[in-house]
Design a protein around this ligand. Structure first.
Ligand code: ADP
Ligand code: MG
Length: 234
């Protein structure tokens, strides 16, 4: 299905005092259900702005944004809160775990506020952390903390997994294993995954590659030769 995610002529203007910044102008693209999509572009290109609009964390200035037939950009404040809570899972560069809760408790906490959460312990098993459930974030490596964050996002059973520079704080090998986990999650569960990166090389593993440049879409293309992350080098 194409158009599971859709941006139609989206513009985003930030105003700070007298200054206007056009973070996005005329951005249109679609992402199909179950796809592993990479949005790539230089720093300042507008990637996080796209993800924040798609995740219901920011509003657009004009145009419309859609997920699974719902117009996100038409939702009111309360509906947006529900949308963020139920429909979208987030993975950030710096994990954002609660430090005084164990890995399992971090995942359970997120699951508690959801309508149809998945089992927290099972999610931690799926990300390879079956033996670390009782550990606190400070007792885990960066890669392990990011796995907890992914388990937490998945436990919400979201329609969409949004990842903003998920390997930005990780070393090379750990970053690769986290990307592999995200790709496997997409393949094995049919979940739609969007990964934002400034790293052009990572786009080789995507089903769909959306390139952003200076607030505009430079290209959207399907990848004919999807690479195994192990074979990508940067
Ligand atoms: N809250 C904000 N207020 C003002 N300008 C912003 C804000 N957020 C982002 N911008 C500007 O919008 C542009 C796109 O930013 P961003 O989406 O964060 O880019 P990327 O994630 O690709 O690095 C940049 O010029 C940035 O400075
Ligand atoms: Mg960014």
């Amino acid at each position: 299905m194409s158009g599971y995610v859709e941006f139609k002529d989206v513009t985003k203007t930030y105003r700070t005092g007298e200054v206007e910044i056009n973070a996005l102008s005329g951005v249109s693209f679609t992402i199909g259900k179950g796809e592993f999509c990479v949005i790539v572009g230089a720093s300042g290109a507008g990637k996080t702005t796209i993800l924040n609009i798609l995740g219901g964390m920011d509003t657009l200035t004009s145009g419309s944004a859609w997920l699974d037939g719902t117009e996100i950009s038409a939702l009111g404040k309360k509906q947006l809160t529900a949308y963020r809570r139920y429909d979208v899972g987030f993975v950030f560069q710096f994990y954002n775990l609660v430090q005084n809760l164990t890995a399992l408790e971090n995942v359970e906490l997120a699951a508690q506020i959801c309508r149809e959460p998945l089992d927290a312990a099972e999610m931690l098993r799926q990300v390879g952390l079956q033996d670390r459930m009782k550990n606190f974030p400070a007792q885990l490596s960066g890669g392990e903390q990011q796995r907890v964050a992914i388990a937490r996002a998945l436990a919400k059973n979201p329609k969409l997994l949004l990842c903003d520079e998920p390997t930005g704080a990780l070393d090379y090998a750990t970053g690769k294993s986290v990307l592999k986990l995200l790709q496997d999650t997409c393949r094995n569960t049919g979940r739609t995954v969007v990964v934002i990166t400034h790293n052009q090389a990572i786009s080789a593993m995507a089903d769909r590659i959306i390139t952003v440049r200076s607030g505009k879409i430079e290209s959207v293309r399907m990848n004919d030769h999807i690479a195994d992350v192990a074979d990508i080098e940067w």
